[in-house]
Design a protein around this ligand. Structure first.
Ligand code: AMP
Length: 282
């Protein structure tokens, strides 16, 4: 496996692979890899001849008050995980390599970036679309893999690919969880032992909601209220949002009808965590 910080080196390897007629899969990440990321890499390795994993904490998707500096980084450990999983290349650029000293262009999307996480993080998805668009142009993969953990991001990327005619198949992969239900996340490392326990309200409230739906409840407000009640019973938790929307238009829906996404963002202490479920296959 190779590790590079240079766009030119990625390009020349890709050129070589294309000459050999090999297919290419891309797994974009911010690093500090865990089993969730590994599930994406495993799937990419199964479905492509060569897999590129990008490890880049993308500064432009963080607002000034967010955790860009504090975000955990460990490229040595990440490289080992990628190599063991069968990736062919890890691309780990510095921000200067991606954005130079004057970057004037961005990809901005409206509507579906303005709901759910977009309300609290209004500049986030512009940063995500711009970096993913750049990665798509640098790597030009056949397929790119994204986790349902970030369901809105998956929907946004699918939309960007459709709107801007990227010739890339977007593959959505299921959420990988800890044994007790907490969705795996690099940000879980921020949690104190007490907060780690409190963080279970996210998955528990979604389980509760799912049970209500399975028992025939179709009123979205009732389901949201039940989930909120459970979260509010945890003193360390503060709700950002709990929402039910249609999948994958992300339009608000009052009734459970067809595929829906129930998504939530909850602060546990200072750490903002997200979780969700979708009632149909992604
Ligand atoms: P991140 O490094 O957090 O930007 O995530 C990189 C990719 O891994 C995104 O497509 C995420 O949705 C995906 N991912 C992160 N955590 C999980 C998880 N617990 N299960 C499945 N995919 C995940």
């Amino acid at each position: 496996m190779q590790l590079t910080k240079k766009i030119s080196e990625v390009r020349s390897l890709i050129k070589q692979w294309r000459k050999e007629g090999l297919s290419i899969g891309l797994v974009p990440t911010m690093g500090f890899l865990h089993e969730g990321h590994k599930s994406l890499i495993d799937r990419a390795v199964k479905e492509n001849d060569r897999v590129v994993v990008s490890v880049f904490v993308n500064p432009i998707q963080f607002a000034p008050n967010e955790d860009f500096e504090a975000y955990p980084r460990d490229i040595e450990r990440d490289s080992k995980l990628c190599e063991d999983a069968g990736a062919a290349l890890v691309f780990n650029p510095e921000p200067e390599e991606m954005y130079g000293d004057e970057f004037l262009t961005s990809i901005n999307m409206t509507k579906i970036t303005e709901v759910l996480c977009g309300k609290t993080r209004p500049t986030h998805f512009g940063g995500v679309c711009t970096v993913v668009g750049k990665l798509f142009n640098i790597v030009s993969p056949d397929r790119a893999y994204f986790g349902q953990k970030d369901a809105q991001q998956l929907s946004v990327i699918r939309r960007m690919v459709k709107d801007l005619n990227f010739d890339i198949e977007i593959i959505g992969c299921p959420i990988v969880r800890e044994a007790d239900g907490l969705a795996k996340s690099s940000r879980n490392t921020y949690l104190s032992p007490e907060e780690r326990k409190a963080a279970l309200v996210l998955s528990k409230s979604l389980c509760e909601a799912k049970k209500l739906i399975e028992s025939g409840e179709t009123n979205a407000d009732k389901i949201i209220t039940a989930a909120k009640k459970l979260i509010e019973s945890e003193p360390l938790a503060k709700i950002d949002y709990v929402s039910i929307v249609s999948w994958d238009s992300l339009e608000k829906t009052d009734t459970i009808n067809g595929a829906i996404l129930m998504a939530e963002a909850v602060y546990i202490g200072k750490t903002r965590l997200i979780d969700n479920f979708i009632t149909e296959q992604i």
